[in-house]
Design a protein around this ligand. Structure first.
Ligand code: NAD
Length: 715
């Protein structure tokens, strides 16, 4: 028998041994789209009819094995409603059951990434041989759903309940050593031997050296744990997983519940429980937001790839300033393989920058993520210097000196004299106009903003800021460097605060207004954290630094006086004048003490109410909903303004920037998803209730027109 499809080929590799190879045409990776599933079904039907078949090898002709289901098909799948989705999932189960029920032994050669549905296919086979560099996993919870093609049913039966709970609820990609240790695969071999080793195993099965049939029966049997053991395993898992995922992300807890329900059942009933669990989740709002985010992330990556395609590569970088940000940039560049010169005017600062890099690498060494050789190699990629010698070799310089326009202007002009005429200069300024800074330069076209977030190694976003004279080649090279550093670059046009800070300060404006009207900042923090933000606004101000926020607040007020200027003393002004700068000097809205791990722990400060008197109104109680509305309306409207003024090019990029830059709650999908879900008409109605609070609460004309016509941003 021979099968020649567009996604699958089957051929006989030896007497009675067949290979079913995934190779989706015109795609860089294999994925389970409808075409692939259809061909798999047909190929299996034909294989099951082959007389005297002795074994089937499942393999991939691509670098990855199968990366999972085709997520672009999810929305239409989920729109079919619970019953429709269950029927569709059961159809795929039939195909995977057909793999499991083939009348001969089956082995899969996992040569690369096998995720989601790709790994579920692997679980349907009798034996799994994995390449040492491959990764496997069930990341469905990250999209708000559960594995729905047998992962919930088969994985606990293969690796046990505790392991399966951990694998499925964390949704992590597992390396080969971890997969072997937990029993998810049967062998790990060198990358270039995966197929050969899998064929060898298949042959031995065919010769009867391994009892594949007994193994198959065991895999399909209920999990062998008595009631008490099961109760202990599941109740502990539910407590831990529920607490970790929090109330907004139901998928991990649902997974544990379905595993618990299904692990004692026969295959058909267990599958029914699995698909019902998935359908329940798929009909909720979180999945729509998270799947939407996945698509937006893909879009953002595509935009970056467009820039990278026309970019000159950065092979040698430099950073000016070895402070908090400069040190972070140097570490990040070096750890991703791009050598970097780190220049400061101060030897002690350089030492601090290097110490920070050493500390971060030491942490990785301790956790086993890198070895001593890799640590030394990374550190050697950072070359500290007090002079511009060798700057003629660099392709891109990140300027991260103190936030002072005069100093920056001087430093940039000086640097320009020492670098090649086509090298890029990028400033990490958070508040100074890129167009203005460019005025001190002879080659303003080679200059742009490259705004990292603190701490650089943790925060995924980099805003790449286009000034009036910035060339597209400069933007392209900066985007390519940010991507090489493992970051997500988003290109924005120059304006005060760029995108992220421009949107954040109206949110702080909402916070200030609430406090002036008598709200308690602790309640505001609690409510906004409950809404899904990683920290409430008062805590966030403490973390950002009240001095930094105070300075940025003034820049924003000057940039957008009609909306962002405020009369009288704001709470940020008050904190600043009291020198309560937040975490950096251990007192702000809260006070901070280092915990056992050396991290600042947030504690109540009894003095703060007294200190805020005069800057805040007399205490009155607020409904939680009012707090949410008064905080979110200014942030949403300002984000829309950024889109309308083309500061950001698309709603997708704006949503990702706010999620990656300030931790906008992912399960709410970003500002534009949030607006679309609420409906612009409802949003404008809500904003109208607060019209007397001023222009921050005034939707734009376009928003009102869109509200009237029922338009949306994303669909
Ligand atoms: P920092 O004070 O920690 O570091 C500044 C460093 O620049 C110091 O080590 C100083 O010695 C050095 N320096 C001063 N003049 C110099 C010169 N002529 N040449 C070389 N080095 C010089 O400041 P930071 O927090 O790292 O901020 C740096 C820049 O990054 C600022 O523009 C800031 O607005 C921006 N930024 C900061 C954050 C943050 O959260 N800290 C976030 C985003 C952007």
């Amino acid at each position: 028998m021979q099968f020649e499809g567009k996604a699958i080929q089957v051929r006989e590799i030896d007497n009675g041994l067949y290979e079913l190879c995934f190779d989706l045409s015109n795609e860089p990776v294999n994925k389970f789209n409808q075409l692939t599933l259809g061909e798999l079904k047909d190929a299996l039907t034909q294989l099951s009819a082959v007389e005297n078949i002795k074994g089937v090898l499942f393999s991939s002709a691509k670098e990855s094995f199968i990366v999972g289901a085709d997520i672009t098909e999810f929305s239409s799948l989920f729109e079919q409603g619970e019953a429709g989705l269950i029927a569709k999932l059961l159809e795929t189960h039939e195909i995977f059951n057909a793999v499991e029920d083939l009348p001969c032994p089956t082995v899969v050669a996992i040569n690369g990434l096998a995720l989601g549905g790709g790994f579920e296919l692997c679980l349907s086979t009798d034996y799994r041989v994995m390449g040492e560099k491959a990764k496997v996993g069930l990341p469905e919870v990250k999209l708000g759903i559960n594995p729905g093609w047998g992962g919930i049913v088969r994985l606990p039966r293969i690796i046990g309940i505790d392991n399966a709970n951990e694998w499925i609820c964390a949704g992590a990609e597992k390396r080969a050593d971890a997969a072997l240790k937990d029993g998810a695969v049967d062998a790990v071999v060198a990358q270039d031997r995966v197929r050969e080793a899998a064929i060898d195993l298949l042959r031995q099965c065919a010769e009867g050296k391994f009892d594949y049939a007994a193994r198959r029966v065991e895999k399909q049997s209920p999990v062998k744990l008595n009631q008490i053991e099961q109760m202990m395993a599941f109740e502990t898992a539910k407590g831990m997983i529920g607490a970790k995922a929090g109330p907004h992300y139901p998928a991990p807890l649902q997974a544990v519940k379905t595993i618990q329900k299904s692990c004692g059942m026969d295959r058909d009933r267990a599958i029914q429980a699995e698909v019902e669990g998935v359908a329940k989740l798929a009909s909720g709002p979180v999945v729509k937001a998270l799947v939407g985010l996945f698509m937006k992330d893909q879009y953002v990556k595509k935009v970056s790839r467009g820039y990278e395609a026309k970019a000159e590569k950065v092979t040698q970088a430099a950073v000016l300033g070895a402070g908090i940000m400069g040190g972070g940039v140097a570490y990040q560049s070096a750890s991703k393989g791009v050598p970097i010169l780190m220049k400061d005017i101060n030897e002690a600062a350089i030492q601090l920058g290097l110490d920070e890099a050493n500390k971060l690498l030491g942490g990785q060494l301790k956790r086993g993520r890198i070895d001593a050789a890799k640590m030394a190699q990374t550190i050697n990629r950072i070359r500290p210097t007090l002079s511009y010698g060798d700057f003629n070799t660099v392709d891109l310089v990140v300027e991260a000196v103190v936030e002072n326009p005069k100093v920056k202007g001087m430093v940039l002009a000086e640097t320009e004299q020492h670098i090649a005429s086509d090298a890029v200069l990028a400033s990490n300024t958070s508040t100074i106009s890129i167009t203005e800074l460019a005025r001190s330069l002879k080659r303003p076209e080679n200059f742009c903003g490259m705004h990292f977030f603190n701490p650089v190694h943790m925060m995924p976003l980099v805003e790449v800021i286009r000034g009036e004279k910035t060339s597209e080649a400069t933007i392209a090279r900066t985007v390519a460097y940010a991507t090489a550093m493992g970051k997500t670059p988003i290109v924005v046009n120059d304006c005060p605060g760029f995108l992220v800070n421009r949107v954040l300060f109206p949110y702080f404006g909402g916070f200030n207004g609430l406090l002036q009207d008598g709200a308690d900042f602790r309640q505001v923090d609690k409510v906004m954290e409950g809404f899904g933000w990683p920290m409430g606004p008062a805590y966030l101000l403490d973390v950002v630094g009240i001095d930094t926020a105070h300075h940025a607040d003034q820049v924003m007020a000057a940039g957008f006086p009609e909306r962002m200027a405020h009369e009288g003393e704001s709470v940020i002004d008050r904190m600043y004048s009291l020198e309560r700068y937040g975490q950096k000097n251990s007192k702000g809205f809260y006070r901070y003490e280092l915990d056992r791990k050396g991290k600042p722990a947030k504690l109540a400060d009894d003095d703060v109410d007294q200190l805020l008197q005069g800057a805040v109104g007399s205490a009155r109680s607020f409904e939680d909903q009012e707090i949410i509305e008064r905080m979110m309306i200014p942030l949403c409207i300002e984000t829309v303004r950024c889109l309308e003024e083309q500061i950001v090019a698309s709603p997708a990029e704006a949503d990702m920037a706010l999620i990656y830059g300030i931790g906008f709650p992912p399960f709410r999908g970003g500002v534009f998803h949030y607006l679309d879900e609420m409906g612009l008409a409802a949003f404008c109605e809500m904003a109208a209730k607060y019209a007397e609070l001023g222009p921050l609460y005034q939707p734009t004309e376009t928003m009102q027109q869109m509200a009237a016509s029922g338009a949306t941003y994303l669909n």
